[in-house]
Design a protein around this ligand. Structure first.
Ligand code: PLP
Length: 407
């Protein structure tokens, strides 16, 4: 199976006939990945500045994770959570020690981790408290609960009635949050930096303000670190940039070095509210995910990759700010470690397409924010090459747009 046997056209035809078309896909079949590169069926190589939609924080096929998984897969793949495994215990300890000393519930995805958080909030809160405040432009996943938590109307269309008990506040507006709190409010749930919402970094003091509101009103503070966590911002968790500690935190995406895995961590005084029988995930914390998760943490520490994420982030910031100076279609550059957003004054899809044609993969979110979530193992040279290509593409786009404008 390692050698593809079908042409790209044949693979596309399989999807056309047999795979539900709920994704917009590029007409490209990928066959192999290594570090910051992927190769397509035709042998074309791409520099991937958006590996695995944020899951590839350690690059494609990070060797320590590959080795750990290869060993584990031949030893024990899966046992249910009616038994103990050493590796799940060690994984929980490793996450707890690098965050706020909480306890872990393991699952398989970000949406699932957020569902667990929503259930824990409801189970822990005394009635009448049950409502959760979330933020406009936020993203928490695609299950019905997580979709309801996601305060973006475009994701709600046609799905109603949604889950009861969510209130939406503008991102960054502390007074609006304060006004929404009533005797039924149980929690505030937020991404410390919005990812899908366009790499939006909250104004200084905002997260502290939320912590204070939670303390004043007896609410739980839930941080969705599915995209920001595991070193993405140059800190293990984005909340550590601001010294604001949540009561509950959710993780997935890069958690297992590219394999599927999710986790919710909760402070020890809250965690027991997730009582036996009230929640579960069959594959959650399985030995493969756990070994991969441990190997990912070890790789980040052995290779000093948190520091590397900060250094690389500064390289991108400098290059992109320089580019902004000579390219008037760039409205704003937003960087937090390896979360990088370039907001354009126009639709970003043509830039993504043009970069791809030149062998560089990036993403566009919210219509006009180019999003880069590069791997920590990216080299300076690769980063510069990516910025060179992006620069060429945006300058051409600016020129073309100017001509359109004049004609
Ligand atoms: C991607 C993402 C999710 C959803 O994760 P899935 O694994 O796709 O369910 C939730 N929250 C945030 C902040 C994300 O970026």
């Amino acid at each position: 199976m390692n050698q593809p046997t079908l042409s790209s056209q044949e693979t596309l035809a399989l999807f056309q006939r047999y795979v539900i078309g709920n994704y917009r896909r590029f007409p490209v079949v990928l066959v192999r990945g290594e570090g910051s590169y992927v190769w397509d069926r035709e042998g074309k190589r791409y520099l991937d500045l958006f590996p695995g939609w944020g899951c590839g924080l350690l690059g494609h096929c990070p060797p320590p994770v590959v080795r750990a998984v290869q060993e584990q897969v031949a030893t024990l793949i899966h046992v249910p959570n009616t038994w103990y495994t050493e590796v799940q215990g060690l994984w929980a300890k490793a996450l707890s020690e690098r965050s706020f000393g909480g306890q872990a519930f393991f699952c398989n995805s970000g949406a699932e981790a957020n569902e667990a958080a929503i259930k824990l909030v409801r189970l822990h809160s005394q009635r009448p408290k049950y409502k959760i405040i979330t933020f406009e432009g936020g993203f928490h996943g695609r299950t019905l609960g997580a979709t309801t938590a996601t305060a973006q109307p475009k994701y709600h269309e046609g799905l109603g009635p949604l889950m009861a008990g969510f209130m939406y506040a503008p991102f960054g507006d502390l007074e609006a949050v304060r006004r929404l709190i009533d005797e039924e409010t149980a929690a505030i749930m937020i991404e410390p930096i919005q990812g899908e919402g366009g790499i939006r970094i909250p104004p200084p003091g905002f997260l502290q303000g939320l912590r204070q509101l939670c303390d004043e009103h007896g609410l739980l503070l839930v941080f969705d670190e599915v995209q920001t966590g595991m070193g993405r911002t140059g800190h293990w968790f984005a909340y550590q940039r601001e010294g604001v500690t949540p009561d509950i935190m959710t993780l997935a995406k890069a958690l297992c070095g590219g394999l599927a895995g999710g986790a919710m961590l909760a402070k020890p005084e809250i965690a027991p509210s997730l009582r036996p029988g009230m929640h579960a995930a069959t594959f959650g914390g399985n030995p493969l995910a756990a070994r991969a998760g441990l190997a990912a943490i070890q790789m980040i520490e052995e290779q000093n990759l948190l520091q590397r994420a900060q250094t690389l982030g500064e390289l991108f910031r400098q290059r992109l700010l320089e580019l902004q100076n000579r390219c008037e279609i760039i409205r704003e550059v937003r960087v937090a470690g390896l979360m990088i957003g370039v907001e354009l004054a126009l639709d970003g899809a043509p830039a993504v397409q043009a970069c791809m044609e030149r062998g560089v993969l990036i993403n566009c979110t919210q219509g006009n924010v180019l999003r880069l979530l590069p791997a920590m193992v990216l080299t300076d040279q690769e980063a510069h090459h990516g910025c060179d290509v992006l620069g060429e593409v945006l300058e051409e786009l600016a020129k073309k747009n100017m001509n359109n404008f004049r004609s």
